[in-house]
Write a protein that binds this ligand. Structure first.
Ligand code: 3H9
Length: 654
């Protein structure tokens, strides 16, 4: 492999350039190259400052995660950062794109940092089940206030260059040519005394122990069993009371412990799975058509969220509704989402004005005749959707793509309702659609490769995680959830109670229990869905009546204060013994002898059902890989990410 580290000399300034595509990860050859560059520039008396810059789209995005499963080959990253800190010449990190994890730690080893506007800087190791392992927990809180370092390290969320400048993480922002600005900056510091190395400085604005403990407690609740945020908080708390050397040793010890833990294995698996699922060999040579104008049919919660996502991706959007009153409400919803984005600082006033300017609305389908792509998000009913598709088919240009945001309907039947089924695709967004990253891209039988590839590309443009799925009732996620729900209902009749099942799955790490989730969605929704399926349900299939009975007691869930649970404050589920009695009475009525179940039995039983349904999806070609199933479950259905997903779990426990 060619040397990824090059040195150019510009007068008295050395420019050390890293070129290790795609993200300049700190592979062994990069680490070794940086160490030689330190030695070379130290030895050259003409050089008075060094700029560290990267080729390609980003500064270093971290340690090379692909090396994590193998024995570490020196020089190790912590030693590289220590060597940088001790370099004879001042090093200036010139940062663009992302400086993440080990990449930011390298920048912290440099004596100055300048970043291009738009750069993101962060220590996202917790998302991989780790903590920073090359001095980040020790150096960051010596550069910026501990409260800011704590937030960055325990959340893993990167900050913008503007925020980094305000906290002192970077010394300067470049608005134009990064290298030119970095050289100009270097010239201003050449004659200054060398700043103290970060490891020689005290902690900046340490937090009181009780403040950190309170934050740690809040984190433990939020991370629901994930170790890394908790260990990150504990490490920072301890580091406040230690000298830098002892802090570095503690960080290393905790980093290595976490790296060897199964949670980090699972999170690394999901990291690569999320990147692999959208790579589809069969459409490698397909033509991706340019998309600039989107028509959205229906301005309800889903339609508005999808429209806002499209606007935020700089697309022109026309919203269609059936009457003026609904149209006004739809536009209001979209504008409200953009307004929240502005209030949160994600877009500024000028961008808000530009994006709202890209939105038009109409009650006439002819106004989307020129759209490149139309997404319908009307009521989830086959006849209503068929009607919309027939109208669309008649007005849009022949090359326009028609997508349905359905969560379970037969997309092939919908495509057959049009004259051009090859341009029909499903895009199953998750609610709220402007926030949730997951989209299932439903591959209909007759869809053309170009339409499929263009739909995948559009999802990427919307910054979504697109997972292809075949046509079946519920696609990947809802089908697994149906199997999970069915099995949980059998467990109710067989001996478990709703709160016991919910507690078991929450203690496994699920965001919410299944029965709490049904209460949140509204028991009327599930009831209506079951009635729609009555006609086609196999009469010999085991059917559990408990949810129907609760609905008929006018317990609709959170919305009217009672469902499987009672809600006194409208949101906190309270266990209701009346529901236990109803469940027990149902077992009796069906003459089922109840057997109590332990938490582990409940968990194992339900996970096995999910994995079995996943195996069926694979054998039916609905899901292309176990990774696709895991990515859907983790990103759309609250399966704990640090467990990797049901397929990963079944493989690891096999
Ligand atoms: C760490 O640094 C530990 C240290 O504290 C201590 C060590 C001792 N390594 O995401 P993309 C690949 S832990 C190897 O699609 P984007 C990725 O798999 C690390 N490979 O692009 C993909 O490959 P392919 C802390 C990596 O533009 C390709 O690059 N850092 C790494 O949407 C493009 O990736 C992180 O957690 C890596 N570190 O987003 C940052 N990163 O084309 C992780 C990416 O074969 N990375 N690849 O599928 C990211 O968040 C995003 O990749 C980034 C770019 C935002 C940089």
């Amino acid at each position: 492999m060619s040397n990824p580290v090059h040195i150019d000399i510009d007068g008295t300034i050395a420019i050390v350039r890293i070129d290790n595509p795609p993200v300049n990860a700190l592979s062994q050859s990069v680490r070794a190259g940086i160490v030689s560059a330190i030695q070379e520039t130290d030895a050259d008396a003409n050089i008075r400052a060094v700029i560290l810059i990267c080729n390609g789209s980003t500064f270093m995005a971290g340690a090379d995660i692909k090396e994590f499963g193998k024995p570490a080959v020196p020089p190790l990253l912590p030693d590289v950062v220590t060597a940088l800190e001790a370099a004879q010449k001042p090093w200036v990190a010139a940062i663009h794109g992302n400086a993440l994890g080990g990449g930011l730690e390298v920048a912290l080893g440099c004596h100055y940092r300048i970043a291009q506007m738009g750069t993101m800087l962060g220590l996202p190791e917790v998302n991989l089940g780790l903590i920073p392992g090359a001095g980040g927990t020790v150096r960051l809180p010596r550069l910026i206030p501990m409260a800011d370092a704590f937030a960055m390290i325990t959340s893993g969320k990167p900050v913008t260059a503007a925020t980094a400048k305000s906290t002192g993480l970077i010394d300067a922002v470049s608005n134009t040519d990064l290298l030119r600005d970095a050289v100009a900056f270097a010239k201003t510091i050449i004659d200054l005394p060398r700043p103290l190395a970060l490891s020689a400085k005290p902690i900046k604005e340490p937090l009181a122990d009780d403040e950190i403990s309170a934050k740690s407690k809040a984190l433990a609740a939020k991370s629901r069993g994930q170790l890394s945020p908790k260990i990150a908080a504990e490490t920072l708390l301890a580091i406040q009371a230690l000298d830098a050397q002892s802090g570095l040793s503690l960080e290393r010890e905790n980093f290595l412990k976490l790296k060897a833990d199964e949670q980090s294995d699972a999170l690394r698996y999901i990291f690569f799975a999320e990147r692999s699922v959208s790579k589809i060999p069969s459409i490698k040579n397909a033509i991706t058509k340019p998309i600039s104008t989107i028509g959205i049919i229906g301005g309800g919660t889903m339609g508005a969220g999808i429209a806002a996502s499209c606007l935020l991706a700089n697309l022109n959007v026309t919203l269609i509704e059936r009457d003026t009153a609904s149209l006004e409400k739809g536009v209001e919803r979209i504008v409200a989402i953009l307004h929240v984005s502005m209030k949160r600082g994600l877009i500024d006033q000028a961008r808000y004005d530009a994006l709202t300017g890209n939105l038009s609305s109409s009650t006439d389908y002819m106004d989307i005749a020129d759209a490149d792509f139309v997404i319908e998000a009307v009521f989830e009913d086959m006849n209503v959707k068929k009607d919309v598709f027939a109208k669309l088919d008649a007005v849009v240009k022949p090359e326009a793509i028609l997508a349905s945001n359905t969560s379970y309907l037969d997309m092939n039947a919908l495509a057959a309702a049009t004259a051009h089924p090859e341009r029909v695709i499903g895009l199953h967004f998750f609610s709220p659609a402007h926030i949730m990253k997951l989209v299932e891209v439903i591959h209909t039988d007759h869809v053309s490769d170009d339409v499929f590839a263009t739909s995948m590309a559009l999802a990427k443009k919307l910054r979504k995680l697109a997972v292809p799925a075949g046509v079946c009732d519920g696609f990947i996620g809802n089908r697994i959830m149906s199997a999970y729900r069915r099995a949980a209902e059998y467990m109710l009749e067989d001996g478990a109670l709703p709160h016991q099942i919910d507690a078991a799955m929450k203690s496994y790490g699920f965001a919410m229990g299944l029965f709490e989730m049904q209460d949140l969605a509204g028991l009327d929704i599930g009831y209506a869905m079951r009635r729609r399926k009555d006609a086609t349900r196999d009469p010999n299939e085991r059917y559990v009546d408990i949810a129907d009975k609760i609905y008929r007691m006018d317990r609709l869930g959170r919305k009217n204060g009672a469902g499987f649970y009672i809600y006194e404050d409208g949101k906190t589920p309270i266990h209701d013994p009346d529901i236990d009695a109803l469940v027990i009475a149902e077992s009796k009525r069906k003459k089922i002898a109840r057997t109590s179940m332990t938490e582990v039995e409940i968990m194992d039983g339900l996970l096995a059902v999910m994995a079995d349904e996943g195996a069926a999806l694979l054998s039916e070609n609905i899901a292309a890989s176990p990774e696709a199933i895991d990515v859907v479950m983790v990103n759309g259905y609250g399966f704990p990410k640090w467990r990797g997903g049901p397929m990963y779990q079944s493989k690891s426990s096999a």
